[in-house]
Design a protein around this ligand. Structure first.
Ligand code: CR1
Length: 812
């Protein structure tokens, strides 16, 4: 027997009977139980393993085909992945959904009950982490050889509980019951150094020896990432920190000093203990820098190990490797690759730099200056002394290049330096990321433009060709096919087949059905049924959703001023013909971000007040389901009528929730910010509610001495809403929110208030005409095809990575 062909050893069940046999065998031999005594968890685990086996078989063929083609590999480095629940996705991608439903029924369980046990790994905060998950999905779907690298945090993003006091945070021990989707790979563990000192190497000016003061092990496990409608199954490899055996102090343990005995081990393993629940601001904590280097060091060693399997020379490394940096979090990879090449593999500095630059690409995800990471030089010096030396050398050579292009322009040198001098010396990670990469991209047209014009303008002047745009996208599988089965079935019927799931631009074929009254009625009935399932409020009311992280720039406070105004209008004139609305907020605030938590608390207070008011509550309801995550998003999005995308223009890099909602037929009310602009351009001005200042007007308003009081004084309704807050009827928290808006209003909430309210009146006018509204809804879906992450990945592949698909042969 040729063992290399051995992947067909055991044929996996393709019929209902065979699938059931496989399930039973997993129940007996892997769970060690029987049909009679199997719990729901036993059934879930056995099912997960059975489904996983189907993918594992494809994985084996993928690995063989990819290795044989010796391609340029895409390595995606990301500190965050918000993968969402795995069971339903893997049933879909392995085509075993129907078999599974039958098989578990025979065991006495419903598939839905088992899906409830499938906990999502919350290894990310928000848009950036979910984008990483959509991109790895589409990389596999596009047959691109790729590995996603990340950290296997023991505790993911905190579990949020909403009470009258606002947000409370609980730890998220997501893998408490184990994670059946994961394969440990302890043989590929890596050692990671920290601290210590460097020593010169006689006769060399660039090479050094780094003697770390602490060594921690990184142990990988991987999860399968199947492609849709293809054979490819890629992986994401997640690292856990492990203390070395030597760190357990047996003598102390024997002496009864139990805590001291494990002290070092605990410290080491803390590195992958918890995801930092912060979305935008730098925490300045050494542990976070340690996490970043831990991810980078483990992943680069793994990448180098894989490259060296072929015994090719370093001159081919960049032809075989592209490493995408998902924001600045993994940017230490640039000096780390230099260190590996120069110090460990004795490559000359110039060649190493050439290889490094050609290997990396960087995606920036923000425009907020406070979100651009910098690290204190003294922290770097202590934790990563050799990396700091390398950064200094990179910076010196870089500034020489700038000086040659712009002689005597000292201010430019100061602005562009990788090292910030005042008020304290810090390493600017975004500058390092731009200097050390071949391509830099923003995530929506406007964002990429503003990066070139503002945050990174000096770099764009120096290297205009380096800057690109790749507009974000979302997985059509997770965010419509799985999330919205009713609508998916109707679309398939309307288009004649389901090829749109892998080729989303085909949704354009729905356009002609927007004028078909019976199709519209069915569309509308589905929206209603989805609202009934969500059970958030009256299914006949306008379901108005704002789902995203809480941040002042996103302006949940503007939505709240709208709610207060509606409340006051209804009270003043209860007999008028009001459009019933259910306003749904969901999202988390960083635990230390007090202003954002105040807004959550204020929403909870106002929701309770409205609920208790018999005059207003028939028309207005505010709901705040707790613990927004991917799973909850999949329930809310299909039920939404109106999508709130109301950030101050020029602040939201892209947004991806906006795309998911439009794809599911919600109509957007939004500013000219991020990807809203591209959504509006595609769905059409008539099918998008636009309001507010644009990015340039907003910037100008601030420069011209914006005065929130000016708007407060001139607008009676705004004044009434603000005065209610200030009066204290909604408690101290209402006062604090009002004070911040009247005092400074960083994000020009009051400036956009009137325009927003008028626009909401247009929304209501359209809503009163169901045929018109449903037409808008259908056209939103029809023209969302561009926002598939399959298109995003195709863009990266063609313009940034320059990689081609490697199809995996089917099983014979
Ligand atoms: C941006 O705020 C964007 C996602 C994905 C976020 C959001 O507008 O859609 O990235 N940035 O590109 C972020 O999370 C830490 O930065």
């Amino acid at each position: 027997m040729d063992l290399r062909q051995g992947i067909g050893l055991r044929k996996l069940g393709k019929t209902a009977d065979e699938f059931q046999q496989d399930l039973l065998s997993n129940l007996y031999y892997r769970r060690g139980t029987t049909v009679e005594s199997a719990s729901a968890r036993d059934a879930y685990e056995a099912l997960a393993q059975t489904v996983r086996d189907h993918l594992a078989e494809r994985r084996a063929r993928t690995a063989a085909a990819q290795f044989a083609s010796n391609p340029r590999w895409v390595y995606y480095l990301s500190a965050e992945y918000l993968l969402g629940a795995q069971l339903e996705q893997n049933l879909l991608y392995s085509g075993t959904g129907d078999l599974a439903a039958e098989a578990v029924k025979a065991l006495g369980f419903g598939l839905e009950d088992l899906e409830d046990l499938d906990v999502e790994p919350g290894l990310g905060n928000g848009g950036l982490g979910r984008l990483a998950a959509c991109l790895v999905d589409s990389l596999a779907t596009r047959d691109i050889p790729a590995v996603g690298y990340g950290i296997r945090y023991d505790l993911g993003i905190f579990r949020q509980v909403i009470t009258e006091e606002g947000q409370a945070e609980l730890p998220d021990d997501w893998a408490f019951h184990g994670n059946p989707w994961e394969f440990p790979a302890p043989d590929d563990r890596q050692a990671v150094g920290f601290y210590g000192h460097t020593e010169p190497i006689p006769g060399s000016t660039t090479r050094k020896v780094w003697v770390p003061g602490e060594v921690v092990l990184g142990e990988p496990s991987h999860m399968l990432v199947p492609g849709f409608g293809t054979e490819t199954v890629n992986i994401i490899r997640l690292w856990s920190a492990k203390a070395s055996e030597a760190s357990f102090d047996l003598s102390r343990f024997s002496a009864g000093q139990y805590a001291e005995a494990v002290q070092e081990a605990v410290r080491a393993e803390n590195i992958s203990k918890v995801l930092y629940p912060d979305d935008s601001t730098e925490l300045g904590r050494e542990l976070r820098l340690k996490q970043q280097y831990f991810l980078v060091s483990c992943s680069l060693r793994d990448i180098v190990r894989r490259f060296r399997l072929r015994n090719e020379g370093w001159d081919t490394f960049a032809d075989k490797t592209v490493i995408q940096l998902n924001d600045t979090h993994p940017t230490i990879a640039i000096p780390e690759l230099m260190r590996l090449l120069v110090d460990e593999y004795e490559v000359e500095w110039e060649q190493a730099w050439e290889i490094t630059r050609r290997t990396f690409a960087y995606t920036c995800h923000t425009l907020l200056p406070e979100a651009l990471e910098t690290w204190p030089v003294r922290m770097f010096e202590k934790l990563l002394p050799r990396h700091l030396e390398i950064i200094y050398l990179i910076n010196m050579l870089f500034l020489r290049e700038v000086e040659a292009r712009f002689p005597g322009d000292h201010d430019r040198l100061r602005r562009m330096s990788i090292i910030q001098e005042d008020p304290e010396r810090r390493v600017r990670m975004a500058h390092l990321a731009v200097v050390g990469t071949e391509a830099v991209n923003g995530v929506a047209e406007l964002h990429s433009k503003l990066l070139r014009e503002t945050v990174l303008d000096d770099f764009a002047a120096l290297w205009p060709a380096k800057f690109q745009n790749v507009t974000n996208g979302v997985s059509p599988r997770r965010f419509i096919k799985i999330a919205n089965p009713r609508l998916s079935d109707l679309i398939t019927e309307g288009l004649g087949d389901d090829s749109w799931v892998g080729d989303l631009e085909r949704l354009a074929g729905l356009e002609r059905l927007a004028d078909d009254a019976s199709f519209r009625e069915r569309w509308q009935a589905i929206k209603r049924a989805n609202k009934v399932d969500l059970a958030a409020g009256d299914p006949d009311s306008l379901t108005d959703v704002m789902i995203k992280r809480f941040h002042e720039y996103k302006r949940q406070q503007l939505k709240l001023l709208h709610v207060i105004t509606l409340y006051q209008r209804i009270r003043q004139n209860p007999a008028a013909d009001w459009v019933p609305r259910t306003v749904l907020f969901a999202g988390k605030a960083a635990p230390a971000y007090h202003a954002a938590k105040d807004i959550i608390r204020l929403i909870a207070t106002i929701a309770a007040r409205i609920e208790a008011d018999p005059v207003v509550s028939p028309y207005l309801k505010v709901v705040f389901p707790s613990n927004y995550n991917v799973t909850l998003a999949e329930r809310i999005i299909p039920a939404a009528d109106l999508s709130e995308q109301i950030s101050l223009a020029g602040k939201e890099a892209s947004g991806t929730g906006n795309m998911k909602l439009a794809l599911n037929g919600a109509v957007t009310i939004g500013t000219l910010d991020g990807a809203n602009i591209e959504i509006r351009a595609r769905v059409g001005e008539d099918n998008f509610f636009l309001f507010g200042l644009d990015a340039y007007e907003a910037a100008r308003a601030r420069i011209n001495g914006y005065q929130p009081r000016h708007f407060y004084e001139r607008d009676e309704e705004l004044r009434a809403a603000m005065d209610t807050l200030t009066s204290g009827v909604f408690g101290e928290v209402g006062r604090r929110v009002a004070d911040s808006l009247l005092g400074w209003d960083e994000y020009l909430t009051l400036a956009d208030f009137r325009s927003y309210l008028e626009c909401q009146e247009q929304v209501e006018k359209s809503w009163r005409d169901p045929a018109r509204w449903t037409r808008m809804s259908i056209l939103n879906t029809a023209h969302s095809g561009f926002f598939s992450s399959d298109r995003t990945v195709a863009d990266y592949a063609a313009r940034i990575w320059r990689v081609a698909p490697v199809p995996v042969p089917r099983e014979d």
